[in-house]
Design a protein around this ligand. Structure first.
Ligand code: RUQ
Ligand code: CUA
Length: 636
């Protein structure tokens, strides 16, 4: 497509067709009234050109230019969706600072190649992919403590932990009895003892091929993972598919949206019921059931407490059909569930949950404080700490700013308007996130709209488009769109914390647990990795220990036999910040990072006779290009 055909003035009809196609898909069971509103939404899309001009003159009152040499005020952690990684941005500059490979394998750092990363990934190392949606930073007393970041893998049913001193993944858990971990949130109060996560799909329990064709026997689970050991502490058996969730600010409750209340296995049937649920979990009661041995087991010995409808540990609150996002308001008052196929959000008053569990309410819907109508396709909500909520409207391509207390008064019958502003975003937002808005410290400065489509916002790069994460100034009365950031597949979610909440190490500590097992192996071989450059031959297993100090490896050649299994262990003795080396063995698929004071290793088979050069691939010194050596492989 050349420039002429990419007409920037009124949107091309084909865009509109794509859009209405998308609407048709999502709105399959939406009411006629709702579809009428979808039409109004597309009018907004037709004015794309005008809005670009508006963005240039956003009138933002805060400066989002971070001057040269200065640092950003916030860390933003963006999930990388089906790229499997996490990206770190400086906010508000939106400079991408780092990528943290987690469920994917990484060519630069050697994640997925090194023995250290394989140990962390465990059995699931055989999967080179992941689908990371929900990154969340650990808490103490409802504030981020910057210790860990946790994230889900929907593709291969895992949860991972990232240490925020070194910005590396250090634990990964495959969740039993589950399939497709999606919604993930942390216990906020008193601190993050548990990582809570949803299994999205209903499956037979146990899922071992015994029951295939009987969906009545399919269930899903909600899991609590111990945040320190990363072992699954317990699970709760649930009706329907769990989608998104959040925990409260008392430590007593968590809530999850739950669609497919009929437990159907075909899409048309899933969208049939008029209502689905928010499931409320009573954490104390679940822990008590586990203590009393009141649970089942399926795969392994993970305790599974029965939390299906009618159980003591859960309550099912009916809300309009196919809800999606669930976000706790930062004042601790509400769980707010977004309607997705309904133009409403449901505000669940957390203060009424004690009464709900004590069976003092006539109807579980008595916990609904309000169900304000916001627009088409509400997916996720974020907060500014000043009583306002911001909800993404996927179908309308807008962010709606609304007043929570006014919405409640309106629901009670008062004639008061709760909608403050609707801002067009480009295009089709999923999650949105405001600074610190997943903690009680929400400061209402910047909001990000994580848009699924970018269409005409960036230079075209062929059929596949970037997503578009837009930055919005929310410090004033009015939301002002100030910046577009293209992002690759696909930031579902993000979390933004203050820079003083994160405390990083400049170099590795020599007793870092990441490579403790490698050091133990060296010690068993009688090798001091900080001093020795040595080859240990153990049958056809060869262990090569070497050091690196800019600009040389401690060993410039070593000899092995064709067919030997070679483990190269390198220790970077440099203590200088930012003096990272790398080890790349040509023609063997081996490459990994060696940050200052780090030990790392990789194992491969020397299957071809000949000379193979290894070299340092992180630019470290004026003689970096010369930093290398030879592996000599003798024919068998
Ligand atoms: S989800 S676009 Cu994976 Cu958080 Cu809502
Ligand atoms: Cu060492 Cu480049």
């Amino acid at each position: 497509m050349n420039d002429k055909t990419r007409d920037k003035s009124p949107k091309t009809p084909e865009t509109d067709i794509q859009d209405s196609g998308r609407r048709r898909f999502l709105g399959v069971t939406a009411t006629v009234g709702a579809l009428g509103m979808a039409g109004a939404g597309s009018a907004g899309l037709l004015l794309g050109g005008t809005r670009t001009a508006e963005a240039r003159n956003s009138g933002s009152t805060q400066d989002y230019n971070v001057p040269l040499g200065e640092l950003d005020e916030y860390y933003g952690f963006w999930s990388g969706g089906h790229s499997g990684e996490v990206r770190v941005f400086g906010v508000p500059s939106m400079r991408e600072i780092m990528r943290i490979p987690i469920f994917n394998h990484c060519s630069a750092s050697g994640w997925g190649t090194t023995n250290e990363s394989k140990r962390i990934m465990g059995d699931s190392h055989r999967f080179p992919n992941g689908d990371a949606h929900h990154p969340h930073v650990s808490y103490t007393d409802g504030s981020h403590d910057g210790k860990y970041l946790f994230i889900n893998d929907k593709a291969n049913t895992r949860v991972a932990r990232i240490r925020l001193d070194i910005f590396k993944c250090d634990k990964m858990t495959t969740v039993p009895n589950a399939q497709a971990i999606h919604g993930l949130r942390l216990q906020k109060v008193p601190k993050t003892n548990y990582v809570f996560c949803n299994s999205e799909y209903i499956t037979p329990k146990p899922n071992d091929g015994r029951h295939l064709d009987n969906p009545e026997e399919y269930w899903t689970v909600w899991s609590a993972i111990d945040a320190e050991t990363m072992e699954v502490a317990w699970q709760v058996l649930v009706d329907g598919n769990l989608d998104n969730m959040d925990a409260d600010y008392t430590g007593k409750y968590a809530a999850s949206t739950c669609y497919n209340s009929e437990r159907a296995v075909h899409q048309a049937d899933m969208m049939a019921p008029e209502r689905d649920w928010v499931v409320i979990f009573n954490i104390e009661r679940i822990e008590e059931a586990v203590r009393n041995g009141d649970y089942m087991t399926f795969e392994g010995d993970t305790p599974v407490v029965d939390g299906r409808k009618g159980s003591a540990v859960t309550r099912y609150v009916p809300i309009p059909k196919s809800p999606h996002g669930l976000n706790t308001s930062t004042d601790g008052k509400y769980f707010i569930a977004a309607g997705k196929l309904s133009p409403t959000v449901s505000m669940i008053e957390i203060d009424r949950l004690d009464a709900l569990f004590a069976d003092e309410l006539d109807d579980p819907r008595d916990v609904i404080a309000a169900e304000p109508e916001l627009g088409l396709g509400p997916l996720h909500t974020t907060y500014d700490g000043r009583g306002n909520a911001y909800t993404t409207l996927y179908l309308d391509s807008q962010i709606v700013k609304w007043d929570m207390e006014k919405a409640v008064r309106n629901w009670q019958g008062e004639d008061v308007d709760y909608i403050i502003q609707k801002l067009d975003v480009h295009y089709q937002p999923g999650h949105n996130h405001a600074t610190l808005a997943e903690s009680k410290d929400a400061d209402g400065k910047w909001l990000f709209s994580l848009n699924k489509h970018s269409k005409d916002r960036f230079l075209p790069v062929g059929p596949l488009h970037a997503e578009n994460d837009q930055m919005i100034d929310i410090s004033g009365e009015e939301m002002k769109l100030v910046h577009d950031t293209p992002t690759f597949a696909e930031p579902h979610d993000a979390v933004i914390v203050r820079r003083d909440q994160i405390n990083t190490s400049q170099i590795y500590s020599r007793d870092d647990p990441t490579f403790a097992e490698t050091i133990a192996m060296a010690e068993a071989d009688g090798v001091d990795v900080e001093r020795d450059n040595k080859i240990i031959r153990d049958g056809n297993k060869v262990r090569v220990y070497m050091t690196s100090v800019a600009p040389t490896f401690g060993m410039e050649e070593f000899k092995v036999k064709q067919g030997d299994e070679v483990t190269v262990v390198v220790t970077n003795l440099d203590r200088v910040e930012d003096l990272t080396h790398g080890f790349c063995m040509t023609d063997h698929g081996i490459s990994f990072e060696l940050s200052p004071q780090q030990t790392a290793s990789a194992t491969f088979v020397a299957d071809k006779p000949g000379v193979y050069w290894y070299y340092c691939n992180w630019f470290c010194h004026a003689l970096h290009m010369e930093m290398g050596g030879r592996m000599l492989v003798e024919p068998a």
